[in-house]
Design a protein around this ligand. Structure first.
Ligand code: NOJ
Length: 541
């Protein structure tokens, strides 16, 4: 069923069974894209010292944990997701000592620290790949990656027709005529997880960071490690040709069943450590039932659920996303995660139309996200109401721009550095003259400094919502009951007395009876205006 309950319809209650009480089951995580969060050394690029210096912003906001996108040694062909040494810090981000200091400072503030692990590929500059290039076809060095001979009389065609997620073929040819697989950029050769040295190396990497005391990991493209037997062609009929869109007839690149064996291996390593260490998988798996497989009892602890990223603005699509996600996760006893934005997708206020309407809808969507049972992932800048930035062609750095032959502008627009203070770019992000991507002058009203003491700002809204999420017992329950709502609105109760109503229609709707605890915009004539969410404490059901 995809619609909220209407008058006369039977209300559905979702109760997610919670067998344990690990810290991450109701946590609010905050994603830090290190290049763009805060610069500690004045070179215009964010770094680990910058994160440490700004930790108190996260304390004020009220988050439980951070997720740091990659800060490892990397040639930066894909913003650090091309890792050449997964057990060291890239000099642009600082040193291992800086990491240890950040970890200790976060822990002192009761903030958990989770980091990215990138197991599908290494950088082409990683010593393993350099050795593989120097070794002959069929060698043990090549077997750590996915090398094949090409098709055609002279092997001149790629071994299969798979596209890269960044555009163009997923294969590149090397000097001796063999081809290697890269589901992303050519600088990111895929590892061969069937070779036992690969899982063993990732066990070493996980242990390296857990020995330093990190609390958990975000597993990059967790659904791609297993490749299908024989690497068959994809059926590209009906595919949009847009590089990051899935191939509808069944996409052989992702979500092969064998991947779960590797994820169980990750879990065994996590569970072998004291404390509650966790992993969240990044798996763009659109079928909720298949997504739920990633969080079965002996697999990952959490998986990102991108249903709210994919949902168009509107009550019915939001209700469907919520309903299907809760149902699928309840079946396996895992908490749902809720995401609106990250470093790979257009920021949600921009997706909802941009401008003042986009911001209003973004605030309304945030109050839906923050009211749902389970785990929330915020992306740095969500709390300021930032929108995507249109950047000039010459500044675009995402490999998608070149590989799509300038048809897809890529993800730089959501990666523009955060504005902290002052009246002109770079808004306190750096003491240097400029940030690595330029900030628009209009962000003057969106700096942390400008929003901090403004009761109506998006930052104040997020702070209040996080505080209520922490303090109001109904929001800590796992129970969500759909209630009747007018057309274009959705309404549900959390626990037995906290009602959430999103008005995504064109006209005002009545406020549910009770005490309004929070509203994403002022009520108008005691009605909920369009593009607004309210949290209302009602009489117990
Ligand atoms: C997913 C990451 O979020 C994205 O930024 C990256 O480009 C790909 N994985 C490849 O690592």
């Amino acid at each position: 069923m995809s619609q909220p309950a209407r008058h006369g319809a039977k209300a559905t209650t979702h109760t997610v069974p919670v067998p344990r009480s690990e810290w991450w089951r109701r946590a609010v995580f905050y994603q830090i894209y290190p290049r763009s969060f805060a610069d500690g050394n004045g070179d215009g690029t964010g770094d680990l010292v910058g994160v440490l210096d700004r930790l108190d912003h996260l304390v004020d906001l009220g988050v439980d944990a951070i997720w740091l996108s990659p800060f490892y040694r990397s040639p930066m062909a894909d913003g650090g997701y091309d890792v050449s040494d997964p057990c060291d810090v890239d000099p642009i981000f600082g040193t291992l000592d800086d990491f240890d200091a950040l970890l200790a400072a976060a822990h002192e503030r009761d903030i958990k620290v989770t980091i990215d692990i990138v197991p599908n590929h290494f950088s082409d500059q990683h010593p393993w790949f350099q050795k593989a290039l120097a070794a002959p076809a069929g060698s043990a060095e090549r077997d750590l990656f996915i090398f094949r001979d090409g098709r055609g009389d002279t092997g001149q065609y790629p071994p299969n027709n798979w596209p890269s997620a960044f555009g163009g073929s997923a294969w590149s040819r090397i000097a001796d005529g063999q081809w290697y697989l890269h589901l992303f950029a050519p600088e990111q050769p895929d590892l061969n997880w069937e070779n036992p040295k690969v899982p063993a190396e990732f066990e070493r990497i996980l242990r390296f960071w857990m020995d330093r005391n990190v609390d958990g990991f975000r597993i990059d493209v967790a659904n791609s490690l297993a490749k299908p037997e024989g690497l068959p062609d994809a059926d590209l009929a009906g595919w949009s040709g847009i590089s990051h869109e899935p191939i509808p007839a069944g996409d052989p690149r992702w979500d092969n069943d064998h991947v779960h064996d590797y994820l169980r291996g990750f879990r065994r390593v996590l569970d072998s450590y004291p404390g509650e260490r966790m992993a969240v998988g990044e798996a763009w798996v659109r079928d909720p039932e298949r997504l739920a497989r990633y969080v079965r009892a002996d697999e990952l602890n959490l998986t990102f659920n991108f249903s709210l990223v994919l949902a168009k603005w509107g009550a019915a699509s939001f209700a469907q996303a919520i309903r299907e996600s809760l149902d699928a996760m309840a079946d396996v006893g895992a908490p749902c995660t809720w995401v609106l934005s990250n470093h790979d997708v257009v920021r949600h206020p921009t997706r909802y139309g941009g401008g003042a309407v986009g911001v209003a809808r973004g605030r309304a969507a945030a109050l839906v996200q923050l009211s749902l049972p389970g785990v929330v992932y915020l992306y740095n800048g969500d709390e300021l109401g930032l929108q995507n930035v249109e950047l000039p062609d010459a500044l675009l750095q995402d490999p998608t721009w070149e590989r799509s032959r300038h048809t897809d502008r890529g993800r730089d627009g959501e990666r523009v550095p955060l504005p902290w203070s002052g009246s002109a770019p770079p808004f306190g992000f750096t003491t240097g003259a400029a940030s690595w991507l330029p900030m628009p002058e209009q962000w003057v009203s969106l700096t942390v400094e400008a929003e901090r003491d403004d009761a109506d700002s998006t930052l104040s809204l997020y702070r209040r919502a996080l505080q209520l999420r922490h303090d109001v017992p109904e929001l800590a329950t796992n129970e969500l009951t759909w209630l009747d709502a007018p057309d274009g609105a959705l309404c549900y109760r959390r626990g037995n007395s906290m009602v959430v109503l999103l008005n995504a229609s064109d006209g005002p709707v009545a406020v549910p009876e009770g005490e309004v605890l929070l509203a994403s915009a002022p009520l108008v004539n005691a009605m909920v205006p369009p593009d607004t969410t309210v949290w209302v404490r009602t009489a117990p059901a």
